[in-house]
Design a protein around this ligand. Sequence first.
Ligand code: ADP
Ligand code: CA
Length: 404
Amino acid sequence: MRRRERPDFFPPNVCPINAKANTFYGIMFDAGSTGTRIHIYTFVQKSPEDLPEVEGEIFESVKPGLSAYADQPEKGAESVKTLLDMAIDAVPPHLWKKTPVVLKATAGLRLLSEEKAEALLSEVKEVFEESPFLVPEDSVGIMDGSHEGILAWITVNFLTGQLSGQNQQTVGILDLGGASTQITFLPRFEETLKETPGDFLTSFEMFNKTYKLYTHSYLGFGLKAARLATLGAFNMEVVDGQMFRSSCLPKQLEAEWHFGGVKYRYGGNKEGETGFKPCYLEVLKVVKGKLHQPEEIRGSSFYAFSYYYDRAADTNLIDYERGGVLEVRDFERKAKEVCDNMERYNSASPFLCMDLTYITVLLKEGFGFRDNTVLQLTKKVNDIETSWTLGATFYLLQSLGMTY
Ligand SMILES: Nc1ncnc2c1ncn2[C@@H]1O[C@H](COP(=O)(O)OP(=O)(O)O)[C@@H](O)[C@H]1O
Ligand SMILES: [Ca+2]
């Protein structure tokens, strides 16, 4: 494939009339376990003293995620190319060469064999090299789980204005992906720092400040991985035709499910119990004693996204577009309602009861939140997606010396 050359419409030092000299772009791919997403950000830096401003974002996504192409890496890379072609139209040609493009994969690729993950990433790297954009070193890779949380924390606190000026009152974040889940907050009490395992604390420099954050990514505790764990199928050699059953599924259900390139057969407890109570106990086995419970989060409020948002929206706990504010007990109430009336919800996903119960158990018994802990569910702040990708782009631009 031929590299697209910068057309010589403008002499080197002249900008198009409507593009400000201090405007720049960054392209960040989120290769998640359930889909691949492109975020094309436009930034303006008015002065070296100010934080850069996000002027806009173009967002698009494709499904399935890269890990579904474990045995066809070229096809996986093609899905990335489709998205990258959008950036060619979105970024003015004279800035192509100055616009970095990066892809960071999360838990889906973390769970593949190194060989398969590498094959996918190297095909993607080729797509980048053939594009007209700036391809930094390490432009394609698997992101460290702790960075996922930190960068999402940066995004949310930047967008809500907590990283500029004095009097910063930062907010913690909860992200529930397909394969992993993250919790990140800035501890306020010395006690928290003392009782937290060292590898849960990370110092991070951003916008000339150092933040010491509590962050952890639990691999295998994403919503879809938790479904498999509840069914007893996570990380198992699946024997052909083997059936996994759960009290969290409709009694008569028998079906197949593909995740991470493996086919699973699953179904309801035909003869045995179903409903919220037995389901809660089943899910509890997956979660109990597996997560660190920092005392100070019990009384604070958190921003929650990804599957927390999706399942709340699916069950009308919040508005799909606008999001909303919930308490932990709202998830429990909804889980009860769905699990004890599965026949009424049979047009929705057969996993709805299990998913809502898992969210409830994860929040209450996993992290140790109270029933009345407040969760702010948001997809966007000021029209910008609340994803780790914005924080990652800031970090990238900073490392390239493009922001202050
Ligand atoms: N930028 C985004 N905008 C909207 N939803 C997102 C975004 N990123 C992730 N999600 C949601 O997160 C969930 C899955 O997380 P994903 O990123 O695929 O898994 P993981 O983080 O475990 O690799 C899905 O419900 C998906 O809709
Ligand atoms: Ca994710």
